[in-house]
Design a protein around this ligand. Structure first.
Ligand code: 3H9
Length: 684
């Protein structure tokens, strides 16, 4: 069988072509093929220059991540890059699509880089908990400049070819047929000597201000919190600026291996594949095709409805948004515009893009305007009667074949679907707030949801650049069902002696963006409250009755100043202690470990039940939900991956230790017990 690398001649230029779909990952066969091709160029006296290019959608998108964690196979990527750079004939990279990670390192090993103007170049290793480990941290600052390199390696965000051209990473931009242009370029430079080797360039690193590194660390401390890889990337670039190349690559290798064998990279690599797996629907009949969605209807122009609509507008999909009153409609569309303008002010959108997006919006008070929508999403008040009424109404208006979706975050989708004449066309689309920003959508599959409806929802989710995950029907689906466990236990811990600050600190130290009470204050303590100030049964009821409804009222579990900075509230502490006394709960010292076991281990147990009941298709989907919907720290891979890392037996032991305190609500997941007993894991 022919390998993924082939060569052909164009005059005295050897064209080396990779064909390793889907993304030309640098698998062992590709690496070997490249080394062989360079040897071929060296051996053939008629060859005077080399072009390395890729077939298919992209230039090399990096090392083959599926090979990570397995015994390394020769030739290693650094050896391949060295072989290219040491070729005695000029080597030109012809870049299209995305030159990422090891792919960019191959390009940096080449003496010249020619790129299609639409190409992107980047070092996404940091997102996998790694650094560019094939000389990338040493060559990139030498070629693109130190600041640019720091930004690229620590953000993982690719830059456009034009930006690459401006910083010196790309030598020539090309519009049109790439390979002929690259060959022409190779012909132009074939006699230029000495060959420009990235590893030998000194200018840009010599002019670098050494203070840059600490300034950069300080400026980005918040963004890098908890992650190992950004610091290792900075260190490696810093080494490039202070050490000869030959020593720098040795140090880079050490740092790379530390990261590669560490827990964080394993977690981040797990998430890379988990995110892609989440898009697959189990038991989908063959030949199922998605329905066409040309116009979307959104019912409700509140925070949620507006945010949902923006996703479609940004993707160029027209939206009809319906409200009950003109004032609410104007307020909703006004907020959407302001959100877009805020993005434009940050340079994320142009003024034209703002107008284009808003032009796709048709605001109306006329429910009948939903008649020509292919998908209608309800985003009204979270109440079963209200939702049913809306679905009955829209069912009569929507055209045949239109999909009706509910944005419910807890309610029984089957019950909602049952009020329509088309339960097979009903699906849940649970967006997370703020819906224009948060990446997650739980796509809820009702008992009657047709396969093509589910497929349409998943496909559309990806089209609007979200991460859609299939969930079955139960109270709270995947995410909120687990959140409830955490919230219940956090509240009980307050009564038993912990403070909101202690519980929040444990969660923030764990890597969450905020703890359970900070989250309640942000979202509004009154979400889901019965709204009767005279009925005080819980701490939350008491806070709401005292008008302490969270950040929006300047007080909640914490006190807030005018800049929304929190301080612990003695008043709240008193409320909590009064409640403990009222309920006859003996307050005691609560350890941080108990907080972890009662709030996080219980979530794992609930996740196992969700899996057992088939609510989630696979354990890694639960991880995706928690990372993209609730800010679970990426470097811990999601709750199920984390549980595996801790060891399921340890989780079970912890839960047994707490079992008495967790009663009466708690019961063990049989799946968890079973897997722990067998020494199994959810995600590996
Ligand atoms: C590295 O290079 C380390 C070196 O510095 C040092 C070494 C010493 N490997 O995302 P998609 C699969 S680290 C293996 O849906 P898109 C992916 O799983 C690497 N497989 O497509 C999926 O498979 P499936 C640095 C890979 O068009 C299929 O390809 N590079 C790899 O939306 C399609 O992927 C990166 O981190 C890979 N490297 O986006 C780049 N990449 O169909 C990671 C993809 O079975 N990749 N697959 O689910 C990406 O960012 C996107 O895939 C890309 C295409 C933008 C390229």
């Amino acid at each position: 069988m022919p390998g993924p690398i082939s060569t052909r001649r164009h005059g005295d230029v050897l064209i080396v072509l990779s064909n390793n779909p889907p993304v030309n990952a640098l698998s062992t066969a590709v690496r070997q093929g490249l080394v062989d091709a360079i040897a071929e160029a060296e051996a053939d006296g008629d060859v005077r220059a080399v072009v390395i290019a890729c077939e298919g959608q992209t230039f090399f998108a990096g090392a083959d991540i599926s090979e990570f964690g397995k015994p390394p196979q020769q030739p290693w990527l650094p050896t391949v890059v060295e072989a290219i750079e040491n070729c005695s004939k000029p080597v030109v990279a012809a870049i299209h699509g995305t030159a990422l990670g090891g792919g960019l390192e191959i390009a940096l090993g080449c003496h010249y880089r020619v790129a299609d103007a639409s190409a992107k170049l980047g070092t996404p290793e940091v997102k996998l908990g790694l650094l560019p480990g094939a000389g990338g941290t040493q060559r990139l600052p030498r070629v693109a400049g130190v600041r640019k390199a720091l930004e690229m390696v620590t953000s993982g965000t690719p830059i456009g070819a034009r930006d690459g051209f401006a910083c010196g990473l790309v030598d020539r931009l090309v519009e049109g047929d790439l390979i002929p242009h690259a060959v022409a370029y190779a012909e132009e430079v074939r006699d230029v000597r000495p060959l420009p080797k990235s590893s030998e360039r000194q200018g840009k690193i010599e002019e670098c201000d050494p203070a840059l590194f600490d300034d950069f660390r300080k400026a980005n401390a918040k963004r890098f919190r908890g992650f190992d890889a950004p610091e290792a990337n900075i260190k490696a670039v810093q080494i490039a600026c202070s050490t000869p190349y030959s020593e720098g690559v040795v140090e880079e290798r050490k740092l790379f291996m530390e990261l590669m064998t560490g827990a964080q990279s394993a977690a981040q690599r797990h998430l890379f594949f988990a995110e892609r797996k989440a898009g697959r629907i189990d038991r989908l009949p063959e030949n199922t095709a998605p329905r066409a969605i040309a116009r979307v209807g959104v019912i409700g122009a509140g925070t949620m409805g507006g945010g949902i609509a923006m996703n479609f507008l940004s993707a160029g999909i027209p939206v009809t948004i319906v409200e009950m009153g003109q004032e609410s409609l104007d307020r909703g569309t006004g907020i959407m515009r302001r959100n877009y303008e805020a993005s434009a002010a940050k340079g994320k959108l142009t003024a034209d893009q703002v107008e284009t997006a808003m032009d796709y919006l048709q605001p109306t008070l006329d429910f009948a305007a939903l008649a020509d929508c292919d998908l209608v999403i309800e985003a009204v008040y979270e109440n079963m009667d209200v939702k049913k009424e809306v679905f009955e109404r829209v069912d009569k208006i929507a055209k045949p074949g239109a999909i009706l979706a509910s944005n419910t975050s807890y309610l029984d989708l089957n019950e909602i679907a049952a009020v329509t004449s088309r339960p097979a066309d009903v699906v849940g689309l649970h967006f997370f707030s703020p819906a224009n920003i948060m990446k997650l959508i739980e796509v809820v599959r009702g008992d009657a949801t047709a396969p093509d409806v589910l497929l349409t929802a998943m496909t559309l989710g990806k089209r609007i650049r979200k991460v859609p995950v299939v969930a079955g029907v139960c109270h709270g689906f995947i995410g909120n069902r687990m959140l409830r466990q955490r919230q219940n236990e956090a509240t009980r811990l307050l009564l038993e002696g912990a403070s909101p600050e202690q519980i929040d600190r444990v969660h923030v130290d764990f890597g969450m963006p905020m703890g359970p009470f900070q989250m309640q204050d942000l979202a509004g303590v009154d979400i889901g409250w019965h709204r009767d100030p005279s009925r005080v049964e819980t701490i939350r009821d008491q806070l709401c009755a005292m008008e302490r409804r969270g950040q929006k009222t300047g007080a909640g579990f914490y006190d807030y100043d005018d800049k929304r900075r929190p301080t612990p509230s003695p008043l709240v502490q008193q409320v909590i202690e009064d409640f403990s006394a009222r309920n006859g709960v003996q307050r005691r010292e609560i350890t941080d470990q108990e907080i972890v076991e009662r709030t996080l281990y219980t979530m794992v147990n609930e996740g196992a039940k969700i899996l057992e009941e088939g609510i989630a298709q696979r354990a890694s989907d639960i991880d995706v939900v928690w990372v993209y919907g609730y800010g679970w720290p990426v470097y811990r891979g999601g709750p199920m991956f984390w549980a595996d890392s801790e060891g399921l037996a340890k989780i079970v032991d912890g839960l047994r230790r707490q079992e008495e305190r967790l009663k009466p609500e708690f019961s063990f997941s049989n799946l968890l017990l079973d897997m722990a007993a067998k020494g199994d894991s959810f995600t590996r």
